[in-house]
Each structure stands twice: as C-alpha cells, then as structure tokens.
Design a protein around this ligand. Structure first.
Ligand code: CTP
Length: 409
C-alpha cells in the first residue's frame, strides 16, 4: 500500500500557510488490510479510517459516482486497483487535488500548482457537479484566499451557475450548508463569500432575502454607498476587520433584510424595516437550523439597531426598555455583541469606515447604571412579587435619568 498526504494539507503547505488537519489517501489497500493494521473504520459503508495513534483520516483511494439527487445519492467504488489519479480527479478544485508522498514528492496531474501560482480556484473535472455543496465551498475558499488575490475561474463560475439553476442546492441538508456558511463568515473577507454566491446565482436560491437587497436604494445622507446590498457587504467586511465572533457576523448579514420588503414608491426610506425583517430572519434561521445564539442576536440586532444608533437621544424609559429586551442582567455578553453589531453597521458605509461611535460607550454606561440598582434593600423594605418588579424598574429608571443628566453636556 502507498500512502499520500492530500487536499488542504498539501495546498496550504505550498501556500506557506499553517497546516492544521491532515488528510491521507491510501492506494493499493483493502479494508481488511487497514483493519489488520489497527485503523478504525469511520462509517459502515464509507472507506475512511482513523489512524490508531494520530486519529487523522485515512481514506482508501476511491471513485465516486452520483446515483441520485442530494447527498445520499452516491455510490462509492474503493478497491486496490483505483489509482491516485482516479482518486484526485473526483475532487473539487485543482488546488485541492494534489498529493504528496513522505519525501514531499508532488503528484499534481490536474495542475493545481499552476493554479496556485495563477491564484485561480478552478474545478478539476465535470465530477465537480456530483456534490452541490462545492458551490458553497468554492465561495468559502474565495473568501479565505481573496487577500492573496485568488478568484474563481470563469469556467468554474459557469458550472456553479448551472448547478445553482438545476435545483440541486435545495437538496443540501441544513447542517452541511450551515457548516459552510458559518466557516465562510469567519474568514478574512466574508463579503467575498456572498459576492461569489451572488455572481453564480446561488445567493437567490440559498438566501433570496439577502439577494433581494441588491438594487434597493437607501438615503444617501446616511448611506453614501446607497445600495443596501453593498452596505450589507461592507458591514460584514467591517465585522471581519474588527475580528467579531460568528454571532455578530450573522447578525450583520441579516440586520437590514426588512429593506428588501419596502414598496418601491417608498424608496429610499425604509419605514419600520426593523420589524418587517423579523419574519424573514426567522425563515433564514430555520432554513439552516442556525444555532440559537446566532438566531437570537440576528433578531435582536434587526429589531433594535436604530435604537443603538440613536442611543444618545433616547428617553430614559426607552433606554430601559432596550436594556430589558436584552436581559442585560443575565446576558451581559449578548448586549456587548449587539453594541458591536451596531458599530459595524455604522462603519459599513462608504467613506465612514473610520468614524467614531460614541453610542457604544454610552450604551455600556447605561447598562452599568441599570445594573447598579441593588435588589436587597428593596427586599428589606418589604417589596415582593410583582410589586418588587415594579419597584426595581422604577429604581432603574431613576438611575438612567441620573445617568443621562450626568452625561449630557
Ligand atoms: N473534497 C472534495 N469535495 C468536497 C469536500 C472535500 O473534493 N465536497 C476533497 C478536497 O480534495 C479537499 C479534501 O477533500 O481538499 C479535504 O476536504 P476538507 O477537509 O473538507 O477541506 P480542506 O481542503 O482540507 O480545506 P479546509 O482547510 O477548509 O479544511
């Protein structure tokens, strides 16, 4: 049997990037031989094994043929006769279809190294179409390597277009799609992920609510970039520049979905877009079975981001309602993430990327003031039940009034 390093490990070593995961391919071996060497099988009918010591993945060289729609529709053919070249040709991109032996000799039948140098994400063969998830993968790699100058080859974009129109993307499971989306959002240039999906027609299949934002104008006084889609991409870019977590990036992507619902005769104003967007956000959240913390923050940011921007003008009672909606007493982190998303929204505007955002500290100060109300003295005064709740609220309102007076000059 011959063993080769394949895929991302070879690609990233050649790019001079750190290698975290190593995948191996084994040529000329049977399942029985692998088991005899102590490898542990990963699945019942999947020719992939875990190394007994390192835990790394070793896959028997295989050919794959699609036998039906969706991810289930695969037949695998793994046998000692399958060559390394046959295994590599069924992979997604040329830069992912290189193999290396233990002497670092490269096997590169589909010119991955040439495409690495040309900074091109190019599919290996028509077998690309056998897994529609690859449309999202290519967009994710584009987001990751955009800084290095990578782009998607025109013929690959055309194939991604065909796949997007074929209805195959609808057959992807929410779990597989979300894994790609969430990884892509955490890349250096997550806006490129959205751009590539849009360029190949996949965005209108996967997230028509985001696609609908392109071509929708906003008032130039607040939004010099005018286009709502362009604004959304800039907000996402700011979130990456400021190293925001996934929750914030997801909220940034969805915060203005309501603007896609504004009747054209109301443009460029978007009255009540904060509320109108909520049902769209719920639909997207459910479509991809998004984790709860991301779901929640996206809804809260959409509903309250304009409150965030107007923080300094808010009446103490409105400020209190905002703080209560976030349950800042038990969920301080979530309120910080809200503030961060508002700031990214304010900076994701053409020419305003460097602006200061005094609202952030003001909101933090307000939260501290509301939290400073101690409950114990109220209990000692004999308040209990709903009365206690009312009294706490009154005290918090007092604290916020004092805060507002102390901070206004
Ligand atoms: N692969 C593929 N099609 C897929 C998934 C994986 O062709 N839908 C192949 C590619 O050759 C890829 C390898 O399997 O390089 C390993 O896949 P994975 O670990 O998912 O990705 P990596 O390329 O290692 O990239 P990452 O750095 O994102 O993990």
């Amino acid at each position: 049997m011959r063993i080769y390093k394949v895929g991302g490990a070879v690609r990233d070593r050649l790019l001079g990037k750190p290698v975290t995961d190593i995948d191996w391919v084994v040529v000329g071996a049977t399942t029985e031989e692998m088991l005899a060497k102590g490898f542990r099988p990963v699945g019942a009918d999947f020719p992939v094994f875990l190394h007994p010591k390192s835990g790394e993945e070793y896959a028997l060289a295989r050919t794959e043929r699609k036998s039906g729609r969706g991810y289930g529709g695969f037949t695998f053919h793994a046998s000692p006769e399958v060559t390394l070249e046959e295994d590599l040709i069924r992979r997604d991109l040329t830069i992912n279809a290189m193999a290396e032996d233990d002497q670092q000799n490269l096997t590169d039948p589909y010119h991955g190294q040439r495409d690495l140098e040309a900074r091109l994400l190019r599919h290996v063969s028509p077998a690309f179409a056998e897994d529609p998830l690859r449309v999202l993968r290519v967009a994710r790699f584009a987001a990751r390597y955009a800084t290095l100058g990578f782009t998607v080859a025109p013929e690959t974009l055309a194939l991604m277009h065909q796949l997007s129109e074929s209805g195959e993307l609808e057959a992807l499971t929410p779990e597989r799609s979300w894994k790609e989306i969430s990884r892509a959002l955490m890349e250096d240039q997550p806006q490129v992920f959205v751009e590539v999906l849009r360029a190949c027609g996949a965005l209108k299949v996967l997230m028509p609510e985001v696609d609908a934002l392109f071509g929708v104008p906003q008032p130039p006084a607040h939004h010099p970039e005018i286009d709502t889609g362009a604004h959304t991409l800039s907000v996402l870019q700011q979130a990456a520049l400021h190293k925001q977590p996934l929750t914030v990036r997801w909220a940034c992507l969805l915060h203005d979905l309501g603007k896609g619902l504004t009747p054209e005769d109301e443009w460029p104003r978007h009255i009540a877009h904060e509320f109108k967007g909520l049902k769209l956000i719920k639909a997207v959240n459910e479509r991809f079975k998004v984790p709860k913390d991301c779901q929640e923050l996206a809804l809260l940011v959409a509903e309250y981001h304009t409150h965030g921007h107007r923080a300094l003008e808010l009446k103490p009672s409105t400020l209190l309602e905002l703080l209560q909606s976030f349950d800042i007493y038990r969920r301080p982190q979530r309120f910080e993430e809200f503030i961060a998303a508002c700031e990214m929204d304010a900076r994701g505007r053409k020419g305003l990327e460097e602006r200061s955002y005094p609202q952030a500290d003001y909101l933090r100060g307000a939260a501290t003031a509301a939290r400073s109300v101690a409950v114990q003295p109220l209990l000692e005064k004999g308040f209990k039940g709903p009365e206690l709740g009312e009294e706490i609220k009154r005290e918090r309102l007092k604290a916020l009034k004092a805060y507002k007076e102390a901070t206004s000059v």
